[in-house]
Design a protein around this ligand. Sequence first.
Ligand SMILES: C=C(O[C@@H]1C=C(C(=O)O)C=C[C@H]1O)C(=O)O
Length: 425
Amino acid sequence: MLRCLVVRREEILQAAPPRFRWNKPPSGACKTGRMTITSVPNQMHQMPDPATHAIFRSANNQFSTQGVGAALPPGPLDTLGARVRDFFRSSPGAQLLLGALPFDRTQPDCLFQPLSIADIMPPPSLAMSAQGQGGRRRVTMHPSPADYKEMVARALELIGSDAGLSKVVLARTLMVETDTAFDPRAVAMRLGRDPSITSFVMPVSLDGPARTLVGATPELLLEKTGRAIRSNPLAGSARRQADASADLAAAAALEASDKNRREHAVVVEAIMDALAPCCVQLKAPESPALHATASMWHLGTRIEGRLRDDGISCTDLVARLHPTPAICGFPRDRAQALIRELEPFDRGFYAGAIGWTDAGGDGEWHIALRCGEISDRRITLFAGAGIVAGSDPAAEAEETSAKFLALLHALGIDELGRPLVDAIS
Ligand SMILES: C=C(O[C@@H]1C=C(C(=O)O)C=C[C@H]1O)C(=O)O
């Protein structure tokens, strides 16, 4: 396998400069890297149409949008790059497409050009409303933790018997039902308190009843600015601990864990292999680094590269990468077949990607993790864990419980639906 296209140290690429900062100008024109987008007076204090309202808040870019100016004709991932190029070619004024890609590359995606881009985020006071949401809550686990452990045990048998399958990522869901509709903006505001993540609200159905993906992902699939590209895969995880020394011990144990390093290495290799043919430079550190969110430790690797030519867009690259072994397994086809066989639900847009692309092919795509799909009074949360030889079913089930925490805290409940008194301090 191609581990690395050699790069000299002095050629280390700079992180992309901030481009969209919708918090800044109250109204008027906002200049970005390649484009000028006219912001509209902020209307976020009013309840926007949930079917077509989006929020995107990463380290470099923040914006919220309302309405659909035009939808990209939906299709499978193989055709995404071509459809995006056609869209911008036939809509000369269009500057931005944003949206969600499903986990399954063959299922249709959901991208659109927003009608308007708002200049500020929802009011912080909204964050308070999430915790008190709904009087009664009913939580349904699917599969149950016991069934999830059996799925993991079955995967381990196959990994042990089939030398060709080295990793599979298995997920479970929690469905939370309340007696009032969820407000995705309030959930996003609470999720956005963790600066280490990208929080988002993204419509995943543009016609019919509103369906919205809301989440707080720590994992960058791909960012492209000009010829500079970056990916930051995560794999190998441990729950954060309240006690500081126990927390450091958990991080140190994760860093030293052979099982977690193997689980991580397979992801980095697959991403390097997928990007290498498009790059004149591509580099990744030899060892992963610790990456912290408010509730999890992860092993992460910052991969940086320089593209061969200007014709390659971020959506072309996403189509090469997705789904990575971080959220699917390795080899991809076998892992995906096993996911289909063992998981008793459709992932939909969970473990897909959310993000944006501009008319020049630059953009930013994050893996849709630590997320839930809201449909009126119901939110379905998803969490998965990578299974490799040496995984322990109970530990993997525990890892998925820990991964639910970001969303559960934002909803103000625990895994059984009981209110949290002080969900986030
Ligand atoms: C599948 C998820 O997370 C992925 C799996 C990880 C792991 O197995 O350690 C870590 C980060 C993600 O790439 C999830 O959060 O649902």
